[in-house]
Ligand binder design. Structure first.
Ligand SMILES: N[C@@H](CCC(=O)N[C@@H](CS)C(=O)NCC(=O)O)C(=O)O
Length: 294
């Protein structure tokens, strides 16, 4: 029956059914989706499923040679629900349980949540500018931050050569410089948290682990460059002072313990495998670095 009333009832039911949110407490990519959901809290109902974890075991025998050298690799376990919703098995994944449709890839998840929330009458401002030119600029910056800052974070953590780590950290700082020089107000796009802030924030919050595992050369300057670093830290503090942001942050000690498997090169995740074989974290290959590579 295609009557408008039936369509309206179906639409209401869809709106009411919470999304299943496949996530992991430690995952900075998923953290981006969480920030979008919490920015629009109330507008998009969701049920969090902790869908990814770690198990320590010896390799299965099909791994590359470096995997055979040790017996204490950490592999992901993945929930059946996650694998059904996203065969690549990555968090964040958002599933509409009534239709079986899913959305994944963290940058897309932010935009998807934002659009859905606006459609459902969110009272929070959109996370993207309304002008098409500015939207394009925001997407460009979001991708750049992801490549320059976030992928460099993994280079510093996973690569074993000190020179490579330092080059990674220099690239990370350059990425932060560009981000900071683009700030138009309290946040990247003006006066509320938006797409670009949301891409960077989970990593900006986690940078303390680099000093812990790599030493004092791996600390973002606290001041200097004509106030640029003061502006960067003020941005970070401003973000963290938002209630809905602060309550999404993982415990620092617990995260530090978790990330040891990356710092020690023992994490057999797609990102970990990609960076170990010498490509950028954002260039992982589902076949080369995924289950087949294990
Ligand atoms: N490009 C993805 C990356 C997400 C990602 O790497 N998530 C990790 C957890 S932090 C994951 O799901 N790993 C599963 C695996 O490596 O097989 C995104 O931006 O959403």
């Amino acid at each position: 029956d295609g009557s408008p009333m039936v369509a309206a009832v179906r639409a209401a039911a869809r709106a009411a059914a919470p999304l299943r949110y496949f996530s992991a407490w430690f995952c900075p990519f998923a953290h981006r989706a969480t920030l979008a959901l919490e920015h629009h809290r109330g507008a998009v109902a969701y049920e969090w499923e902790e869908a990814l974890g770690w198990e320590k075991r010896p390799p299965t025998g099909d791994e590359d040679f470096s995997a055979r050298e040790r017996k204490d690799w950490f592999y992901h376990w993945k929930s059946p629900g996650l694998l059904a919703a996203n065969p690549q098995g990555m968090v964040p994944t958002l599933l509409e349980t009534t239709s079986g449709r899913s959305v994944y890839e963290s940058l897309l998840c932010i935009e998807f949540v934002d659009e859905l929330a606006i459609e459902r009458g969110s009272s929070a401002p959109s996370m993207l500018p309304s002008c098409p030119f500015e939207r394009a600029a925001a997407r460009l910056s979001a991708q750049r931050v992801n490549k320059e800052v976030c992928s460099a974070y993994y280079r510093v953590l996973v690569r074993e050569d000190d020179a490579e780590r330092r080059a990674g950290f220099a690239a990370l700082c350059d990425g932060l410089r560009v981000f900071t020089s683009e700030l138009r107000g309290d946040f990247w796009g003006g006066n509320s948290l938006g797409l670009v802030d949301c891409v960077l924030l989970p990593y900006a919050y986690r940078l303390y682990v680099l000093q812990h595992y790599r030493g004092d050369h791996f600390v973002v300057p606290s001041a200097g460059e004509e106030g640029l670093w003061e502006r960067y830290h003020a941005w970070l503090e401003r973000c963290l002072s938002l209630d809905y942001v602060a309550r999404t942050m993982p415990d620092k000690v617990r995260y530090l313990e978790h990330v040891a498997k990356y710092a020690e090169g023992r994490a057999r995740s797609k990102v970990g495998n990609a960076v170990r074989r010498g490509v950028a974290a954002h260039d992982y290959d589902d076949k080369l670095d995924g289950d087949d590579a294990r």
